[in-house]
Ligand binder design. Structure first.
Ligand code: HEM
Length: 391
């Protein structure tokens, strides 16, 4: 494995995870007022035991701490029974079969993007491929016409940006952007209600459980969730997979010769550099994790990217093994909240990798320049990824 010095900043969290797994696997952080959980068995339990570990932020957080985005009122932040009802509803529209029908189109979009760069022998893999691919796919799934794609990208950025350094003025500008997005989606809902099409919005309008449809707010929330949940995560999985391949010479050649190995390589990238670092849960009753006592109402932070490097679950966990078997990583979560978009994300990334293997010949090399980590508590990835091929 080759790790270039310019990536030290990007990879720094992994040293912290290892240290915490060994020394303080369940750690109460006074600054955050939360419990951090680092080992695989504990993280898997926190993610999947939904009765003890609630996802419903609104029950445990004061209003001013709640995230003000479509995510906060979405299935991601609900507990049963409402979670089950709504998830069943949206699953009717967002089926693996519908996703499979997208395969040809995903391949066309990917090849269109690679057409722009293939002859140059270089690209920024984030800017030129990993970023535009998922946003275009979701826009098409939702039936958003081409002329709105640029707006759509700006809205999606507005939804995921913002951290502790964002100024009040910037926050107001973001809210305006997000308001614009909901205004636009409301119009789309009206149109599709009057004239249903063969798209996800029309399918969501038609879906019902026990004679109940989604209301307008839930529909808007779900469209917003798809934008947020499906974009940056998939972008980072493509980027992180390219990093894994760059650090492990010879794997690209093996994949090129045997495409049956491609899905396994995608799964291993999900484990090795998980695009989602962590989720949040709230203890609904007093419980214990490891030898620590957790009080009802306390916040729990299960670190997926630490769990996925736990030697107790993955032999030789710090080695990227594209043929690892079994590979029960937690990259898409576990249990009732398991990622609804997993079939779509897997298809997009598999298609992107296959097209790259077809079209970008020779050795791939990520330039030895500083890679700028995305400043986020939740997502792991790099903002830039200069890649060359053909040598
Ligand atoms: C590589 C890409 C992706 C990764 C790593 C990822 C990761 C995750 C994870 C870890 C969860 C579980 C959250 C929890 O337990 O609280 C989740 C849930 C979810 N994801 Fe993804 N996701 C990806 C792509 C997508 C895409 C493409 C979509 C849709 C277009 C999507 C839609 C969702 C939804 C709707 C949920 C909520 C499910 C529920 O609460 O029942 N995701 N995702």
């Amino acid at each position: 494995m080759q790790t270039k010095t310019n990536r030290e900043q990007l990879y720094a969290p992994y040293d912290w995870y290892r240290q915490m797994r060994e020394t303080q696997p369940v750690y109460h952080d006074p600054d955050w007022g939360a419990w951090h959980v680092f080992r695989y068995a504990d993280v898997a339990r926190v993610l999947s035991e939904y009765v003890t570990f609630s996802s419903d932020e609104s029950r445990y957080q004061p209003a001013e701490y709640q995230e003000n985005s479509p995510i906060s009122s979405s299935i991601l932040r609900m507990d049963p029974p409402r979670h089950r009802q709504l998830r069943n509803l949206v699953s009717q529209a967002f089926t693996p079969r519908m996703v499979a029908q997208m395969e040809l189109r995903i391949s066309e979009i990917t090849n269109g993007l690679l057409d722009q760069v293939a002859a140059k022998g270089e690209m920024d893999a984030i800017r030129d491929l990993a970023y535009p691919l998922p946003v275009t796919v979701i826009a098409e799934l939702l039936g958003i016409p081409t002329e709105f794609r640029e707006d759509f990208k700006r809205w999606s950025d507005a939804l995921v940006s913002g951290d502790e350094e964002t100024t009040e003025e910037e926050r107001q500008a973001l809210f305006q952007e997000i308001g614009g997005m909901f205004g636009y989606f409301s119009q789309v809902l009206e149109e599709r209600r009057a004239h249903p099409q063969n798209d996800l919005v029309s399918a969501l309008l038609a879906a019902e459980v026990d004679g109940q449809h989604l209301n307008d707010l839930e529909l808007l929330g779900f469209c917003g969730l798809l934008l947020v949940a499906g974009n940056e995560t998939t972008t980072n999985l493509i980027g992180n997979l390219i990093l894994c391949l760059d650090e492990n010479p010879g794997v690209v050649e093996r994949l090129r010769a045997n495409r049956a190995l491609v899905p396994g390589a995608v799964e291993e990238a999900l484990r090795y550099y998980s695009p989602i670092k962590t989720m949040t849960r709230y203890a609904s009753t007093a419980t214990t994790i490891g030898d620590q006592h957790i009080e009802a109402g306390q916040v729990i932070i299960p670190w997926i990217s630490s769990a996925d490097r736990d030697e107790a679950e993955f032999p030789d966990a710090d080695r990227f093994d594209s043929e690892r078997e079994p590979n029960s990583h937690l990259g898409f979560g576990r249990g009732i909240h398991f990622c609804l978009g997993a079939p779509l994300a897997r298809l997009e990334v598999k298609t992107a990798l296959n097209a790259m293997l077809d079209r970008l010949p020779g050795t791939w090399q990520v330039a030895d320049v500083p890679l700028e980590p995305i400043r986020s508590f939740i997502v792991f990835g790099t903002k830039n990824l200069p890649l060359t091929w053909g040598a």
